[in-house]
Design a protein around this ligand. Structure first.
Ligand SMILES: NC(=O)c1ccc[n+]([C@@H]2O[C@H](COP(=O)([O-])OP(=O)(O)OC[C@H]3O[C@@H](n4cnc5c(N)ncnc54)[C@H](O)[C@@H]3O)[C@@H](O)[C@H]2O)c1
Length: 420
């Protein structure tokens, strides 16, 4: 006689998902939803993407994209042209629903779950027996069970029997999303073991990395722990860079030398920590248990203090000039991405403008003036020609190529160590 475990394994192995017979409704077509929807479409799933923004829906249906991500334009065009991917303003009935909406934090750092709530409510009328609902958005502990289940599962349906709910956090790196959405190992946590199995089978149909099954709560915490780990380690590098500056040593040299120790691997300092993941998600853990997360909170505070340190340093240098022109290179939070969310580079430029310590000439080849009008953006040539002080804030490829002879004529503040 087969053991219960063996029966479960056999069922799991035989319950593979056939993309051509499976429809997916992706809610939220941003940096995560759009690459995911287009990859699923390319793998043969019938995909309906839904977004509340008319410009997003229209752009995608024209086979174009509204975000910067290498090769995504090609994949979306081919998915739309083949008819496998369509976008709309409303959810549609499907076998799988994926919630890829934002989960920002409020000014007091508490999580803002209004997008997850709204998206969960929106799909509820379309859920039928056998459907799988996946929360991909990075979420505070228990969101899947306490927010998605009550709002998305229709009354009378039992989770784990009639309908299946799981959390599968995204861990892609902007700039490599198309590759990583398929290649990364995925943590898939169901509200019940049956939910986990169903979600695992779905991800195994399009992911090449390992699909690691667990509970919804463990998946939620795992994602937050990953980003908190990064934040704490970056905070160490940033604290060290500020300390080194006061001690009068080169932080980059010290880190390079220390990293020659076989068991030391210090990360790279920067102007602060940006993006809506690493600078936001650790707060979800702090919020879940404020008393017992002093290290995570302090790391956040250290990283948040770094932009002010850079501003003070630049202001000090500017005082050496009668009419200083300060060239700020980069306003996005990360090199070669066009994402401005929580960007410390942007914060530094805004603070320098507010302080009025000189003429601030900002430049970012990835941000067009049509999209951004908080302050004027200049082209790189003009900035290199006119600025007395050059502040490297975002390590875009274009800035790495600036000839050394130009840099040698300027006062340099290289927050990323790019020009070392
Ligand atoms: N961007 C990343 O690199 C990354 C990495 C890992 C995890 N995440 C997580 O993934 C989630 C999504 O992030 P993102 O970067 O794709 O955000 P995004 O802002 O780029 O995209 C979200 C999209 O959802 C849409 N939206 C908002 N409310 C909606 C609703 N009720 N119904 C339908 N659409 C709605 C928005 O218009 C937007 O187009 C977040 O929880 C984020 O923390 C992002």
């Amino acid at each position: 006689m087969m053991t219960q475990e063996a029966v479960a394994t056999l069922e799991r192995l035989t319950s593979t998902v056939n993309p051509s017979e499976t429809s997916v409704c992706v809610i939220g077509l941003g940096y995560i939803g759009l690459p995911t929807a287009s990859v699923l479409a390319t793998k043969g799933f019938q995909v309906h993407g839904m977004d509340v923004r008319a410009d997003v829906v229209d752009t995608i249906n024209e086979g174009r994209i509204h975000i910067e991500e290498p090769d995504l334009d090609m994949v979306v065009r081919s998915a739309v042209n083949s008819g496998q991917l369509k976008a709309g303003y409303e959810p549609q009935p499907a076998d799988v629903f994926m919630l890829c909406v934002p989960t920002p934090s409020r000014p007091d750092h508490s999580p803002d779950l209004s997008y997850v709530e709204e998206a969960s409510r929106a799909i509820q009328p379309h859920i039928k027996r056998g459907d799988l609902i996946i929360l991909e958005s990075t979420s505070p502990p228990r969101t899947t069970e306490d927010v998605v289940v009550p709002l998305a599962v229709p009354p009378g349906m039992k989770v784990g029997e009639d309908v299946f709910v799981a959390h599968c956090p995204e861990r892609v790196l902007p700039g490599r999303i198309l590759l990583e959405v398929v290649q990364n190992d995925r943590v898939v946590g169901g509200v019940t073991p049956a939910c986990t199995e169903k979600a695992e089978a779905f991800y195994e149909a399009f992911v090449n990395g390992k699909v690691l099954g667990t509970s919804a709560l463990a998946a939620e915490v795992t994602k937050l722990v990953e980003n908190s780990y990064r934040d704490v380690n970056i905070a160490f590098a940033n604290e060290l860079s500020m300390l080194a500056d006061r001690l009068g040593v080169d932080a980059w040299e010290v880190i390079e030398l220390a990293n020659r120790h076989p068991r030391v691997n210090i990360l790279t300092p920067g102007p602060g920590v940006g993006g809506h993941c690493i600078s936001v998600d650790p707060w979800f853990l702090v919020h879940a248990d404020p008393e017992h997360t002093p290290l995570i909170r302090t790391a956040r505070e250290v990283n948040d203090s770094k932009p002010h340190f850079v501003v003070n340093h630049v202001a000090e240098l500017a005082r050496e000039f009668a009419a200083p022109k300060i060239g700020c290179l980069g306003i996005t939070y990360k090199g070669d991405v066009d994402d401005l969310r929580e960007s410390p580079s942007l914060e530094i430029v805004q603070e320098l403008i507010k302080l009025d310590v000189g003429e601030v000439m900002a430049c970012d080849p990835l941000i067009s003036s049509e999209r951004f009008n908080d302050f004027p953006l200049h082209d790189l040539e003009t900035v290199l020609d006119q600025a007395h002080i050059l502040v490297l804030l975002t390590d875009h490829r274009a800035f790495k190529k600036i000839p050394r002879r130009i840099l040698e004529e300027k006062v340099i503040v290289d927050t990323r160590g790019t020009w070392r």
